[in-house]
Design a protein around this ligand. Sequence first.
Ligand SMILES: CC(C)(COP(=O)(O)OP(=O)(O)OC[C@H]1O[C@@H](n2cnc3c(N)ncnc32)[C@H](O)[C@@H]1OP(=O)(O)O)[C@@H](O)C(=O)NCCC(=O)NCCS
Length: 149
Amino acid sequence: MNSLQLISPMEGHDLDQIMLLERSIYAFPWTCGNFSDSLASGYSAWLLKVGGQICGYAVMLVAAEEAQVLNISVAPLQQRTGIGSALLAHLRALAVAGGGSRMFLEVRRSNEAALAFYRRRGFRQIGERRGYYPAADGREDALVMELAL
Ligand SMILES: CC(C)(COP(=O)(O)OP(=O)(O)OC[C@H]1O[C@@H](n2cnc3c(N)ncnc32)[C@H](O)[C@@H]1OP(=O)(O)O)[C@@H](O)C(=O)NCCC(=O)NCCS
């Protein structure tokens, strides 16, 4: 992470900007309510800014030694510049500090970029959820991935 990048807690006043990014990244984005519910529930929610601009964000739930990454996203123009790695390293350090021993996440079967990203960082597939996600032509499977912390 270079000196221009800053990770800080996500707050309610960030959600307008986050929703602009979320809609630009995903065909089936989270709703604003998904983010505000995450904040209200005390989930671990973070922003990464570059030069004061939000370029990435992540949401994680840590419970009973298990960390679940619920959202990790990077603005399209800033993808593949290390921001996702910085966010994941941040979540991982927090999960370990919180007593977590395993990290989980779900990813669309067709999301080859994210699958490559997670595999390069040590995640392995441990299962799948059939028809977990909405898709343009019906439903799409999720692959369940795990990382030992
Ligand atoms: C997946 C995502 C979070 C990764 O973050 P990132 O900042 O782009 O990734 P980083 O720059 O930290 O790491 C890049 C590495 O990830 C992998 N990767 C990322 N994008 C890739 C792509 N389009 N094709 C292949 N590998 C890719 C590669 O291993 C790459 O390393 P390399 O550039 O040396 O080959 C980000 O691309 C993103 O937000 N994608 C859209 C939203 C999404 O799919 N989120 C995950 C949902 S489960």
